[in-house]
Design a protein around this ligand. Sequence first.
Ligand code: G6P
Length: 610
Amino acid sequence: MCGIVGAVAERNVVEILLEGLKRLEYRGYDSAGVALLNDEGDLKRIREVGKVRKLTEAVERDGAPGSTGIAHTRWATHGGVTEENAHPHFSSERVAVVHNGIIENYVPLRKSLSSQGYTFTSDTDTETIAHVVHSMLDNGNSLLEAVKKAVTHFTGAYGTVVIDKADPDKMVVARSGSPLVIGLGLGENFVASDQLALLPVTRRFIFLEEGDVAEVTRRTVTIYDKSGERVEREVVESTIEHDAGDKAGYRHYMLKEIYEQPAVIRNTLQDRIDNLHNVDTLFGHGAENILKQVNHIQIIACGTSYHAGMTARYWLEEYAGVSCSVEIASEFRYRKSVVHENSLLVTISQSGETADTLAALRLAKELGYMSALTICNVPGSSLVRESDLAFMTLAGAEIGVASTKAFTTQLTAFLMLTLSIGKFNGLHEETEQKIIRAIKTLPGKIEEALGTAGVIENLAEEFADKHHSLFLGRGAQYPIAMEGALKLKEISYIHAEAYASGELKHGPLALIDEEMPVIVVAPNDELLEKLKSNVEEVRARGGIMYVFADVDAHFESDDTLRVINIPHCEDITAPIVYTVPLQLLSYYVALIKGTDVDQPRNLAKSVTVE
Ligand code: G6P
């Protein structure tokens, strides 16, 4: 979602800010802006609706250099997509603010500030921050004190950076509910909502914690915690590759990330799969004692990560012998639920910052779960820091909004969790060894599955003019059908629904005709014969089917049925392997439709507001 970059330096920071915004583009946004303070104390702002490229052109045309600056990509929540609503927001040409999150009490604040004479020029909640800070400055507070006092007036979520024309060479930043990271340079310092934005200028970061307020100058970073106490926070060296934002010759990040899957699964497995019995090393200190006692697992996630949890449930119940429920975070957090005895909460998240998942974790702590484990791709993210245990997927930065490699590494992580819990619940050694062998072949199987790209690219032609589609799967492939449908709708905008094929007769059969392609996920497992009956039901109603099938499943292509052969794999790893051709299908359909594959309309990569 929205992105923040800020810098205070001796040099002109324009390039740093614009490059930072470019690196945050993947998160999804609809407008962008920058505010710069120069040595003479002039404050200049440029904002544009649309891409960062447009903002860059405007800055080249009308910009002025500045050694202190803040910049933002906005994903509209309060107020339409207009230049007036784009950040930074000003208060009387003195205070400039960028903000991620939502100030929920902005309506009464707006009323009160208007009655004090502050003029609003946008429909945003953010503008209230600028005016509240300004009013505190007018009361004689320093910028730091003004921000510290201002945040006590806000309810909701914020990651915000404030600069003051009367006090240049300084930024004051505050975090509550929206992540912020400070980047440390030599004689210059930076701030951003995501470390990726700052990798060209530094690798040393301080992750702010909830309630922190910090004053950042060229040479100093002073942090105060939520009770106002001065605190030191750990400086972390980033391990993310500097060029994580490169497409490496691929036309889109999404395609690059699809092709990276064998390598990132290998990374995620490396040293771990042969070390499964060392549970504390895999999941964190004390994990063995917790996993030993687990009676129930509650999985919570959103979007694609939720589908990983849905798949994992089949594995955890069948092989680890532990009961498991899976729920969407935004539902879980707002209903009364029952906590089973010795229940482990597992959150899954690529970003580690999804607002609903984070809120669900915080709620679970109050509800008395035995422990909380997160499966996450971003070290230092809020979910990792606030969970008792963590398993890091090593997918590397995922830039495409539609998640691909993060999903398959999450599934890989769940296989390791299944084995780790299974060993305490009587998982037979022979079965364990069989699963380990299957997991080890995964990268190679995915490489083979990528070999279907040419066939799928040709098939995609037949989808491009369709408006609806139906995805079918059974067992652990049902969530994979859901994920396939999600990918297709996210990037090609074709309406796609997924059903457990046993449910066909209970409604979706009514939709079948030649205008609604039916995509079937059909590995050669114990449910194959049942799935074949479902295929016949569709065929009898004139449906056109695309069956992703094991070579040994003996489906024959004909006028109404296209078979895409997928390499044979073990039942347990099949959901991961079958995900890949479905990702390719949505990619090639989107290519034909000419959509913005990496940044699909209206969507954001990291959903940091409710
Ligand atoms: C957004 C993204 C999805 C992602 C979901 C959950 O909707 O566009 O790709 O699956 O958030 O994100 P998380 O970072 O928690 O996995």
